[in-house]
Design a protein around this ligand. Sequence first.
Ligand SMILES: C[S@@+](CC[C@H](N)C(=O)[O-])C[C@H]1O[C@@H](n2cnc3c(N)ncnc32)[C@H](O)[C@@H]1O
Length: 241
Amino acid sequence: MNSEKNPKDFGHIKSFVSQRAHMTPSQKDAYDRLMPVWGIPYENRVLDLETTFKRQAPTILEIGFGMGETTLKIAQARSEDNFLGVEVFPSGVGSLLKRIEEHNTTNIRIIQHDAVEVVRDMVRPATLAGVHIYFPDPWHKKRHHKRRLIQPPFIELLASRLLPGGYIHCATDWENYAEQMLEVLSASPLLDNQFTDYAPRPDYRPQTKFETRGLRLGHGVWDLLFTRNTTPNPATLLMEK
Ligand SMILES: C[S@@+](CC[C@H](N)C(=O)[O-])C[C@H]1O[C@@H](n2cnc3c(N)ncnc32)[C@H](O)[C@@H]1O
């Protein structure tokens, strides 16, 4: 079935296109050796985070980590937290695996799959301490806006996976997408904005590659920081029935 025709499936039009399968030899080498160590295969089955990370610690989900430079820096600075990185493109996965090995990092796990399906199928409601979505593809053209990741059904799903007090932190260098993010996140009954509108960049988020490029092109950068409130979690209620 064509997933574009099933709007109930979280408006699940893919936020990425299937290309860029190419990996450099060193990314491929890291991918082949290290994916069995740090990778988690996508399955339609809820993931036990304590077993996955071999410890009990707050878990942060990062969606679309690109080449993983930010992921690594944050995971190093916040070694007391677990980081679950989700990215579709093999070159990015190979690149983050290389960094994990070079820096002996042990608090990152990777799922190479569509994050919408990972959140829907593998993340238990009310379990995440935070979500990072940095510089998601802006899909500039209006007719492509439906491909943007930050849409009401996905944000509701994501918010249902957060612990009360857990946060969603987004950043973009595309003003029109920043406005959409603010509108969608503000409309969620499960989320509260921690600021009046946009947030200052938190100290833990280093400048990313896409951000550097955006700044060079004269774009602004907008951060958004929302936290999960105590409104009953619809997903948990559903599971308790
Ligand atoms: C513009 S890049 C930003 C990368 C990185 N966060 C940064 O700031 O440098 C967006 C990334 O999101 C990934 N992506 C897009 N949709 C995704 C999805 N549904 N699931 C997982 N990754 C996705 C893309 O493959 C791409 O690497």
